[in-house]
Structures are given as C-alpha cells and as structure tokens.
Design a protein. Structure first.
Lengths: 307, 307, 307
C-alpha cells in the first residue's frame, strides 16, 4: 500500500509511520524544495485550518505550504471566535466544515481530538497538535532538518531535553525515531520525565534510551540536542521551577563541549532555554527548522490533497 | 427586471424575494454544484467578510464559496479586532472597506445593520445575520436543501421549532416560504413565540400557520421539521428553561412517528435539541444543509459580483 | 541607487525618503490605478501581515493591495493569538515567519519594533504603525491623495490638527512634507503638541511651521486641514479633555470659511472630530484616502516584492 493510500484519512499519530513511510515523505519533501515545480498542484483545493488553540508558527507554516502549492485557506485562529462558544461538539464542527474544504488541519487542547475529527471527517485530517499528545508533522520536519543538516538517523546519539511529560513534539519525535537505530538521552527534571505509556511504547520498539537529569556530562557524546520549552505554569512550587531552570540554559560554554558536527534544535517558541548569544553559530539550526517545515508540509499536503 | 439588476445593492432581507427570484437563485445554485465550470468566474474579485459577531459556519461557508468561484477574501472575525473599539461608526467602516473590495458580507448584532451598510456602500452587501432580524442566505440554502432532498415547497407541511422570537433564521425562512402554498406549524414555548410584527407579515401574505407548544401530536402530519437552538441565556428563570427544554429533545422515538419521506433540519450549531443517536438516519439532513450552502452562496455571489 | 535597491530591506521610516523617492513612488502609485495591468505581478508571492495591535483599515488595505497584484496573504490580527503569549521575542517571531513569506507587514505597540524586525529579517519589512512612532505608508497615501485631489505640495499651506504628540500618522506626514516647500500649522491643545525631537527634525530640515491652539483664525489660509483623532484615554483630567474637545469638532460653519479648493483630510477612524453633516461635501476627502491607499500600497509592495 503506498503512502497516499495508507494516509488517505489523514496524519494523526507518528505511530502510524514505519521507516518506509518516513523515508518516502522526506524524499518528497526534498523534491518540494523546488518552488516552481508544484506551484499549481493544489489549484482549486481548500485547506481549513481549525486552530482551537492559538498558534503562530504551525498555522502560518501550513498556510504558507498550502499557498505555495497553489491552494487556498479558510479557517479560524482561536476557539473563541467559533461555534464552540455556543456549545457545539467537535464532531458537529467537523461534519459542517468538511463540506467547505478538501482537507482539515486541526489543533486542539484535547489529546484525542485529531483522532475524533478524522473519525467523523470525509476529508483528510492533519493533527497539528492534540493537547499533550502528539504533533506528527513537527516531528517529520525535525527529521527532515536533521538529514539535510548532515546528520545520519541510524547511529544517531540524540538528547531530547525539557518538558518530556507534556511536550507533544517530544512524543512524536521519539516515536518517529524508534524506526531508526538511535540512542536517545531523555533529559529532564524528575517531574517532567516521559510518561510510562510513552516509555512502554519505546521499549516495545526496542529503542535504546536513557533518562538523565543533567545534560553537561553527555555533551561530548551527542550528535544533536533537541531542546524544548519548560512551561513555568506547570510547576506548583516556584522554588522547584527555579531549581530546574538552572540546568536548562544552553550557553556558549556548553556549545564548546560539543562535537564538531553537533547540532542544536528547538521546535520554538523558546523562552530562555537557549542563550541568544549562540543564535548565529552554525551548530544552531532551530530557525532552519522553520525553513524545512515548508517543504515537509508541502509534501504532506500534496500526498493528502492532490487528485 | 432580472435578479442581477434587482439585487445589485445586495441581499438584505428575505422580504425582497418573490417566488420568481427564489426559483431563479435555486436554479442557479443547482448549476453551481459543478465545481469546475465556474472556478474562474470571480477571478480578481475580493469579498470582505465583516463579522462583528463571531461565526464559524456562515463565514467559512461564504469564504469557501467565494474561493470556489476563483475569488479572494479579506476580513475580520470579531468586533474586538477592529476600529469599532476606537469608536468608529458602522457607516464609516463601510465607506472605508468598500474601497478594498468588490462585495461585503456582514454579520452584526443590530437588526438594521445590513440595511444601513447597504445604504452607505458602493459595493453589494450581503446580510449574513443581523441581530435577531434576518439571515436570508441561510433561508435560501434551506429551501435549496428541501427541494434537493425530495420535498415539494407547494403543499409542504413544515414545523418550525425552537426560539421563534429571536431566531433570525426562522424569520427569513418563514418569509421565503410565504411565497409558496405551505402550512407552517410554529412550535415553541409561549415565551419564544413569533413576534407580532412577524405574524402580521405572514397574515398579510395569507400564509396558513398555527402556533403550538408541543410537537409530538403533529409529527405524523409533517413533511419536514426545522429545529433551532433554544438559547438558555434568554431565560430569566432557570426553572422555566428546564420546563421548556424537555419538549425539545428530538429522539429516535420521535423519528418513528414521522412519515417515510419526513426530513429533520437544523441550521446548526445544535446543543441538545436533536439526539445524536439519529444523526445517521436518512431523515436527518442537517449536515447536508452545510453541503447545500456552498452552491447556494456561490449562486448569490456570482449574481452580485460577476461582471 | 534606485528605489527598489534603496528600500530592499523595507519601508521603516519616512525619514528614509527624499523628494525623488516620494515622487517616484507616487508616479508608480498612479500607474497602479490600472487594475488589470499588474494583476499577476506578485503571483506566487506571500505577504505576512503581523498585527500585534488590532487594525481594520491598514491591514485590510495591505491585504487588498497584495491580492490585487496576484499575491497571497498569511498572518495574524492580534498579539493574543500568537506565540508572544508564550514569551517569544519579536526577533524570534521574525526569524521564524521570514521562512514562510516573501515580505512582512508589521504593526506593533513599540516604537522601535519595525526597525528591529527589519534588522532580523531576510525579507523586506513594512512598518504599518510602530507605537507612537511612525506610519510611513499612511503618509505616502496622504500625499498621493493630496496630489490627485488637486493640491500642489510646493507652496502648500497645511494644518495638521489633533494628537500631535502620540499620533504616528502625523509624525510620518510632517517628515515626508519636509521634502517640499510647505507651511505647516500644527494645531493642538498644549498637552498634545509635537514632541521636541520631532520639532528638532523639522527645524533641521528648515521646514516653516507654526504651533497654534485654535484653527478657526487660519481657516482661510489653509489649502488642506489634516485632522486626527484625539484619544480621550490620554487625558488624566476629564475636564481638560472636555475643554479641548470643543475646539475640534469641524462643522459646516467651519467649512464655509475655507478656500474654494480647500480639502479636509483624516486618516480615520474618527470619533467626533469631523461632523458627519459635511461628509458629502466635495471638500471632504477622508474616505477617498482609503481609496488612494490601495494604489499606493500596490506601488510599495510591487517595488519590494517583485523579482
């Protein structure tokens, strides 16, 4: 079964991707870097971006990708300006909006939201962030970035650091990586460690991983460190937050400890996890992730929406 | 005088439509179901969607229809993010925005808003909901749905149920139906009965109607039941609301009492007026209304905005 | 150095324009009044409209101009629905969004915002209002309006009235006018006079100006009066506001005192500075400013974004 056929109902979870699927979509993403070739591929198609939770980055990235394929956008940017306020269920919203478009991108605060949407929708649904659950297209663009910034996925030593409990990006990324021969170092304060269900999944896929609290000791081992934002608001005790915060400001001095080909990533937005003084280092590729997001999402949209 | 000429200033009230106008626009709507034929009709045209009150359904429906005709959209989704907050009058907003577009769709909390907008605008204005007043394109798509789901307007026995006092959809629908030989059963708690001015209009047009409080007795008479949301917030007395609520949960058992060709409609969003257990019945056509909305609005836009 | 080359990083301040630049862009704006000729000029280009502060007029004007050149739009309308809430810096937002688009239009509450954005952006940035600082494209369209409504910039006697302290439109307009042989009458209550730094700039450019409190005495001298909104919220003392307010309701009687070719302008929105009874006078050209804004912004966008 080819990619188009397999994902015809949408992109809901990273768990649906095997190695072949990933390699295929990264190949397609690379082809999508040619701006001219596919500029009319989705002419006449409409993508609905339903953002029940606010987002700058992900929404604008999808919209830009859709436009660069010749398609058009409708949507809303906040649960406030929608029928939700009048008490409508998600299922009803989907069964209405599917009549207005050829595909739906959804971000919602509940974990099962994208799956539910796909169940009710006649058109393909793309999960652009389902609560603390998943964010599969972010993980795809992260892999695409790694590959094109000189890293090899097989044999990769990757640190994933920050809010591993609630971070949906982290979940989808580690799931996708489970299809490759990687060593993962999960770095977080105890309170924000990966949930058991996520670890169970990785164990079942025989992924080699370690959980640690400090990143400095392993800096010279890593090929890439993927930093995520620690959400201050999760902490009941502000002193605990302050204790933790100290571990996670990646600085110029840290960068010196890393290998020559080391890369530093972050899904953004960041607050203070990475010191701005190293923004211009060739090892810092977090703004390039935004760049690689466009061809990755063009690839996803072209598979799901083209005739 | 043809439709285009008659409505060149816009679509403000269902009262402006005679039988011939309705039949013409429904015929055009049917032609608009061909997605390919008119895809460049409004190329180069811009529609401004000015939603001073939030809306998912209506706004996205208009925007999708405009895009499917090759046109483009500008607009805002909430009175919060506009010059209104700075104290601007509606007349000034219109005399500004008319310079940026070829047509305006407006939703506003005041009843006379669309009429006022049309008075000041050089470009056609479409009323997408004026307070408790009217919502004429919803009524047009409702008729289009009925006709294409096998109902005949002449001789139709229709129940219209729910908030008949404040429901703008109900007002426009009953006004359009007054051009046909229909029997209307207005079903509502006393507090939410049709206003006198609306009844005066129907009497003057010699419409056969009855006002009742319970729908169960007439279920076997109806060809179609049009349910609307009862807005809890209108009730001063919560006990009164609770008393009323019981009448208006249409269930599987109710459906059994209906004729074979009976259809159940709702402009949506619904809260709990229709039990989800019957969503998949062929008699339930409320999600199809969203589908029929696109060709109906394409027809309206093409008449008003094409050269 | 031609315009395109000089402004390749964007339009940030009116101070960057010399007389030749202004004359060039007004000439281009005039050519842009032909709707057909340039309708595909920016096909395939994406403009990001980043409005951290709400706006109807300016945002919709830019979006309409972009669409009329064949381009497309992404963006957000309020700082509320963006990553800013998560603590992201403006520099990070820009370095992300630049990957999604070919140009950025930014409105932000801080004076240095547009300059900062341009410093970090790979794509051209247009300042659509930076706090109390500047709003250069508004000033360009104001000049374009004057010229095409029969006024000559050299020798012009212009009154600029209202909030001269915080009004960004006023700042950019007087800076642009400093390139011509004009007499400016700055009319405001003492509390809202031009800031010293703005006056220093004008003196250095040898602009002839006077500061006065009442406009009635000079009405017969003026070729044009440019009125701006007095923002009630600036006044600590409501009595002071009430005292001031009286000066600034321009009425029918005022209009009678003016020259035959006199023109009354306002960037809008207005509250009550201009009495609606004179809206239809040929001397009132404030709604025409919105009209002239489209070709002016088309000219700016075409210079910055075309290949």
């Amino acid at each position: 079964m080819n990619f188009k056929e397999k994902f015809k109902e949408g992109i809901i979870s990273a768990k649906d991707f095997n190695r072949e699927d990933i390699e295929y979509i990264l190949k397609r993403a690379n082809e999508m870097r040619d701006d001219k070739k596919y500029r009319d591929l989705l002419k006449g198609k409409i993508l609905a971006t339903l953002f029940f939770e606010p987002s700058t980055r992900t929404r604008l990235s999808f919209e830009s990708a859709m436009i660069r394929l010749g398609g058009q956008i409708i949507g809303f940017h906040s649960g406030d300006v929608s029928s939700i306020k009048k008490g409508e269920t998600l299922a009803d919203t989907i069964r209405t909006v599917e009549n207005y478009c050829d595909g739906i991108v959804i971000r919602h605060s509940l974990e099962g939201s994208a799956l539910l949407a796909a169940k009710f929708s006649k058109v393909p649904v793309i999960n652009a962030g389902s609560g603390s659950g998943e964010h599969p297209t972010q993980a795809l663009l992260d892999l695409f970035t790694m590959v094109h910034e000189g890293l090899k996925l097989d044999g990769l030593n990757i640190g994933i650091m920050g809010d591993l409990k609630y971070g949906r990006t982290v979940h989808s990324l580690s799931i996708l990586l489970s299809n490759f021969d990687v060593n993962i170092y999960f770095i977080s304060p105890k309170e924000l460690m990966l949930r058991n269900r996520d670890k169970d999944y990785l164990r079942q896929k025989e992924v080699k991983y370690k959980e640690i609290e400090k990143y400095r000791d392993i800096l010279n081992v890593l090929d890439v460190l993927y930093v995520t934002r620690i959400q201050k608001e999760r902490f009941a005790d502000i002193e605990e937050y302050d204790r933790v915060k100290g571990f996670y400001i990646f600085t110029k001095d840290d960068l010196k400890e890393t290998k020559d080909h080391f890369k530093l990533m972050h899904p953004l937005p960041r607050v203070d996890e990475i010191s701005p003084e190293i923004d211009n280092s060739p090892k810092s590729i977090f703004f390039k992730q935004a760049y690689y997001g466009i061809p990755t999402r063009k690839a996803v949209l072209s598979e799901l929406l083209s005739d």
